[in-house]
Design a protein around this ligand. Structure first.
Ligand code: FEO
Length: 171
């Protein structure tokens, strides 16, 4: 059975993951407006990843006999001045999420909740990947400084990203 403090913290993380999904869907919408189909796709894949994270936390809380309580999701930003600004925001956001996951791990340690700590190991590894993926795009976009011809090429790269849900055994 989950400790009430852990359950509340995990519910908070479910809200944070849904906010992340919302944020990336908002970015996907701006890429669509810009006519960058690759950027739209990349952000939509990120949206799907965040929904997967949400579901993974949801399933874990339920599996431990806890109760998921959904709360209001904050409104995400809707406009960014450039594609680079969007990816810089994504990178900064993932840094914040990493801090949240680390906070959950700290609480699990304090409560000697080893099951939750084990569950969080997957997310700790996932955050390394999430930050690295956003950082890679920030570096590329900084190099080209939003030059249209280069953006066209980068958009093709962004179009290649696909969402691959991890196998259930990865839990
Ligand atoms: Fe759910 Fe992007 O971390």
């Amino acid at each position: 059975m989950l400790d009430k403090r852990m359950q509340d913290a995990l519910n908070g993380q479910i809200n944070a993951e849904l906010y992340s999904a919302y944020l990336y869907l908002s970015m996907s919408s701006q890429f669509a407006e810009l006519g960058m189909a690759g950027g739209r796709n990349w952000m939509h894949v990120q949206f799907q990843e965040e929904l997967f994270h949400t579901q993974k936390f949801f399933d874990y809380v339920v599996e431990r006999g806890g109760r998921v309580l959904l709360t209001a999701i904050d409104k995400p930003d809707q406009e960014w001045p450039t594609p680079l600004a969007m990816f810089e925001h994504a990178l900064a956001h993932e840094g914040k999420v990493t801090g949240l996951i680390n906070g959950l791990a700290d609480l699990a340690l304090e409560l000697r909740d080893h099951a939750t700590l084990q569950e969080l190991q997957w997310f700790i590894g996932e955050q390394v990947e999430e930050e690295a993926t956003a950082d890679d795009m920030v570096k590329k976009l900084r190099l080209v400084q939003d030059a249209p011809a280069a953006l066209y090429e980068i958009d093709k790269e962004l179009a290649a990203r696909v969402f691959t849900p991890p196998l259930p055994a990865a839990r």
